[in-house]
Design a protein around this ligand. Structure first.
Ligand code: NAG
Ligand code: NAG
Ligand code: NAG
Ligand code: NAG
Ligand code: NAG
Ligand code: NAG
Length: 377
């Protein structure tokens, strides 16, 4: 890592903050702050990204979201880190995106420095900048999120129906994650841009209708399980039931209740969360279907944290404590069984820790610590 003067100052301050833990802080806050200190060893000042397996573009958006969530819980240590990271990532990551030309030039009128060829990547960055806006009230970040959403609308309408969002600008797939994220971003923007509330609620409702009519969302299971077969246009209910899709839907539905006042969406969000806990766990610890040490994939280590962010949003919105124990059990398992050294966390939350240590499993596991911390306040 380059010895950037600002970073050295930030680290020096951080060390001070950590050696004197916040009085009255829960054990989950203390653990999350230690894990943040470890996460920052992967942060690259010149790219504004956290290094992770392969390309770390969408994964870095998730790490940024985790950091913003910690700031939202009033961690002064996270605030110190964020004071450096938010503006650095905003400047450096977009410069990198422009330089590397992630753009595909299909939607030139709606391209921004943050857009690329993948609508799910755009959704992750939109959510990250929305959460950064929430804790800074700096509208530059909200504008970035609105620009991303605007570009995403260009992917609406597939060749299987006039509804639904493509996964990518090359139109190779119709995937549930991009659709769940599209709904989530629309619902979050509805609550933050009063002048365009109806516009964003309209998109969120349109997407929710598509998730149900397409077969993505299976009402008997309360889970998003399918993908769409491009040749037959029929749902193919195999291989897409990832935890991050359920977590994005939980956040989308929770936020939609906030935007519309209709509690039905919150009830459905709770049913989805309960179904994940019933179906995607082993001895009460969250697992990723089809993913293990032998088949880790480059992307999957990030997934489970997104579900924990969903639980956190649900608990905050409904003041339920139904999921508190689950969050705390997962946080304890990560800390006790899935940790290396001071605070490096691995992808298998049941443990044992396996490497390589990297920003992606680190920030994902941190989402569980942060959810447990949020529930303890
Ligand atoms: C940070 O990223 C730059 C640009 O990709 C790279 O040249 C540099 O080696 C990276 N630094 C570290 C410490 O990985
Ligand atoms: C964070 O601090 C703000 C301002 O003091 C307060 O309104 C908010 O309730 C606090 N949030 C938490 C989670 O403690
Ligand atoms: C808002 O964020 C942008 C991007 O990081 C930064 O350039 C600008 O100074 C910030 N504005 C304020 C008022 O802090
Ligand atoms: C939809 O487009 C894809 C290519 O993007 C193609 O492979 C597929 O056959 C098309 N399906 C239909 C039903 O037209
Ligand atoms: C709330 O949403 C549900 C599901 O879309 C719908 O059936 C119901 O009519 C809505 N209730 C109100 C009061 O709008
Ligand atoms: C989820 O678990 C419930 C209760 O064990 C079971 O009835 C249901 O079939 C499971 N669903 C899936 C998709 O595995």
């Amino acid at each position: 890592m380059r010895s950037h003067p600002l970073l050295l100052v930030a680290l020096a301050v951080a060390k001070t903050a950590l050696s004197t833990p916040t009085v009255g802080a829960s054990i989950y806050q203390t653990h999350a702050e230690s894990a943040l200190e470890s996460l920052q060893t992967f942060y690259n000042d010149s790219t504004g990204l956290w290094h992770s397996y392969g390309v770390s573009w969408w994964q870095s958006a998730n790490a940024l979201t985790t950091l913003a969530n910690m700031v939202s819980l009033n961690s002064s240590y996270a605030q110190t880190v964020a004071d450096h990271v938010f503006p650095t990532t905003f400047t450096q990551a977009q410069a990198l995106n422009i330089k590397d030309n992630h753009h595909t030039k299909r939607q030139e009128s709606t391209e921004t420095p943050w857009t690329n060829g993948y609508y799910d990547d755009e959704g992750w960055w939109a959510m990250a900048w929305i959460r950064v806006y929430d804790v800074t009230k700096n509208t530059t970040y909200l504008d970035a999120a609105e620009g991303l959403f605007n570009d995403m609308t260009g992917g609406w309408g597939t060749n299987c129906s006039s509804q639904g969002l493509w996964w990518d600008k090359a139109h190779t797939s119709i995937a549930p994650i991009s659709n769940a994220l599209f709904m989530e971003v629309a619902a979050y923007l509805a609550n933050r841009v009063p002048a365009k509330r109806d516009y964003y609620v309209g998109w969120a409702l349109k997407e929710w209708a598509f998730m149900q009519s397409s077969g993505f969302y299976v009402p008997e299971d309360h889970l998003v399980l399918g993908s769409i077969d491009l040749q037959t246009c029929k749902p193919n209910p195999i291989g897409h039931g990832f935890t991050y899709t359920q977590g994005s839907l939980v956040q989308a539905l929770t936020s939609l209740t906030h935007a519309t006042g209709n509690k039905t969406y919150l009830t459905t969000a709770s049913l989805v969360a309960s179904a994940v806990i019933a179906n995607m766990t082993k001895d009460g610890i969250l697992t990723e279907p089809g993913i293990d040490q032998a088949h880790p994939g480059n992307d999957a280590p990030q997934f489970k944290g997104v579900f924990m962010r969903g639980l956190m949003a649900l608990e905050q919105a409904s003041s339920t404590t139904a999921f508190t124990q689950f969050a705390q059990n997962n946080a304890a398992s990560i800390w006790n069984s899935d940790r290396s050294g001071a605070a490096m966390l691995g992808p298998d939350w049941s443990g044992p820790f396996y490497g390589p240590a990297d920003a992606s499993p680190q920030s994902s596991a941190m989402d569980a610590l942060v959810a447990a911390w949020s529930a303890s306040i």
